[in-house]
Design a protein around this ligand. Structure first.
Ligand SMILES: [Zn+2]
Length: 214
């Protein structure tokens, strides 16, 4: 899989024309330095080889993180004016790749179509916060000897809950998960996504937990 492509760009400062490398595919689970550039807003910054001016230049790319169940087609912000056209084009271009990724990498959720880096950075930042909160919750759970079960990442985002949920040892099901989560909240009530998990579990009708990973 090619991960980089070269495109001819022109420096807006001095007019110099040069070939620049762009990421065409970013693996969020492997290209950690590139992920950092997305979060810091430096991902699409280029430097002119002649005048050394820095300027932003967007090219479409595919962001994939199978562990977090993310596949996002990230297009330049300016494409938003013709959103339907570009969404259809990206879907068609990546259709063969999408099929193989879903089979080989276990990507389950529908692809996202994003315009500009900001929505991707916002998603990754929210995931990072969720990861940190999940780690704190997991530490409390281990102190209590509670096993942890992973949640489908897309469901964790949608419900705004932690990436794993605790259970009392040897038990499963909604009522048991609720009991475990409430026991952890008694130890730390400053975890918003643990509170959200309790709300979610409280509102559910039957004992099955469809958001857990198979
Ligand atoms: Zn220049």
């Amino acid at each position: 899989m090619a991960t980089k492509g070269a495109f001819r760009v022109e420096c807006p400062h001095c007019g110099e024309s040069f070939d620049a490398d762009f990421w065409t595919v970013v693996r969020g689970d492997r290209d950690l330095e590139v992920k950092e550039l997305i979060l810091s807003g430096e991902f699409d910054l280029l430097m002119c080889p002649k005048c050394e001016d820095m300027f932003p230049h967007e090219e479409p790319f595919l962001y994939i993180d199978p562990l977090k169940d993310i596949m996002a087609f990230v297009m330049p912000e300016s494409y938003q004016a013709q959103k339907e056209k570009w969404t259809a084009k990206m879907s068609a271009d990546y259709e063969p790749l999408k099929a193989s990724l879903c089979a080989a990498q276990g990507l389950a959720s529908e692809p996202l179509f994003l315009f500009g880096l900001a929505p991707l950075a916002a998603l990754l930042e929210a995931d990072r916060d969720r990861e940190e909160e999940t780690e704190v919750m997991e530490f409390l759970a281990r102190e209590e000897g509670m096993p942890l079960v992973p949640v489908k990442p897309a469901a964790a985002r949608e419900l705004d809950i932690t990436f794993t949920i605790p259970f009392p040892s040897g038990l499963e099901g909604r009522a048991a998960a609720l009991k475990a989560a409430e026991a952890l909240r008694a130890k730390n009530d400053a975890l918003p996504r643990l509170n959200k998990l309790i709300d979610t579990l409280s509102a559910m009708k039957d004992d099955s937990l469809p958001f857990l990973k198979d």
